[in-house]
Design a protein around this ligand. Structure first.
Ligand code: SF4
Length: 339
């Protein structure tokens, strides 16, 4: 479970019941506590340069009130992002949040979950009779802070009663016990982001091991949730095929036939932008991440900036490998996409 070094309460959070109970919890645990306005949060976190701000920010929990209730779109995996948490306690070297959150690497949770769900309800009504899908992990991994906020629990209960909406989120963590007994009505899909132990131990600092994640997969599957797997980023290194195949076999062995047949796979090969590379090198100057542009193919993305992907032949090999293995181990029809 995530134990922050400091907790910052933004102005107004103590007007909410969750804010007050978190305040009482953290004040009795001896953790450093600050109170300040949203625009002063950064000044309560030590660190002059980007790298030390990252280090201290990752140990900081900010408790806030979500004021802007206009949800971002979340194509192609969902219609909207559900803003429950921003930031993540993990320290994956390749993480997209390094660029997206920039100098705000702290974890921020919200005390007004009811306001957020009321807004979600309006979006659902606007899209009727179409269904609306919400993604709960677009700018965060919400699981490590779940024991504090219970936000996912509240959302799973909310979506269980929605005929025309579904909820999904993805995680690399395992604090899922409080979600196991909920009446979810299969309206929430829990996805696990997985990788080989080689990649996890080298690049996914402060996250759960593959074994622990697979154990959590087993629990969530037993609780009847629809489940999915995000294998990302896939790296090509010596022995990659053997490692990924072992991962798939271990995963299959924890699931019964029905769950395995209904699981979904999303497979994404490693890629980076020049901007991400520069940020990563600032935080992890000794990284061994393969970011040699000459080894990659430059591809223009849909948002106007380019990224460096594996060459065409390598991607074809990854596609062939995962298609064959997943079809054999899990059955056909479980792969959503491989890119
Ligand atoms: Fe980023 Fe996910 Fe790693 Fe958190 S767990 S640092 S969100 S990649």
């Amino acid at each position: 479970m995530f134990k922050p070094q400091r907790v910052i309460f933004e102005t107004g959070t103590l007007d909410y019941e969750l804010g007050r109970s978190l305040y009482s919890h953290f004040s009795s645990s001896g953790i450093e506590i600050n109170q300040c306005a949203l625009n002063r949060v950064k000044s309560c976190i030590p660190g002059e340069d980007f790298s030390s701000l990252y280090k201290h920010g990752k140990q900081t929990l900010v408790i806030g009130v979500k004021k802007s209730l206009s949800f971002q779109s979340c194509k192609p995996s969902a219609h909207y992002q559900l803003p429950l948490v921003s930031g993540c306690v993990g320290q994956c070297e390749y993480c997209y949040l390094n660029t997206q959150l920039g100098d705000k690497p702290f974890v921020r949770v919200y005390v007004n979950i009811d306001d957020i769900l009321n807004r979600a309800d309006k979006y659902i009504q606007e899209r009727l009779p179409e269904s609306t899908i919400f993604e709960g992990a677009a700018t965060s991994d919400p699981i490590p802070v779940e024991p504090y906020t219970g936000a996912l629990k509240t959302c799973i209960n909310f979506f269980a009663n929605q005929k025309n909406a579904r909820f999904r989120f993805v995680t690399k963590f395992t604090d899922i016990d409080s979600l196991l007994d909920l009446e979810h009505n299969k309206h929430t899909e829990i996805r696990f982001s997985l990788n080989t132990n080689n990649i996890i131990s080298t690049y996914e600092h402060k996250t759960a091991s593959a074994e622990k994640r697979i154990e959590a997969v087993g629990k969530v599957a037993k609780a009847g949730y629809p489940i999915g797997f995000l294998i990302a980023p896939v790296f090509i290194y010596e022995g990659w095929k053997e490692d990924y195949k072992n991962l798939l076999i271990k995963l299959r062995n924890t699931l019964d036939d029905d769950t395995a047949k209904n699981a979904s796979f999303e497979i994404i090969t490693h890629r980076y932008t020049e901007r991400a590379k520069n940020k990563i090198l600032e935080i992890f100057p000794d990284t061994t991440l393969d970011m040699i542009n000459e080894n990659r193919k430059f591809k223009f993305g849909q948002f106007g900036y380019g990224k460096y992907v594996y060459p065409k032949e390598a991607i074809a090999e990854v596609k062939e490998f995962f298609t064959k293995e997943i079809n054999q181990i899990f059955g056909e029809g479980t792969i959503k996409y491989i890119i």
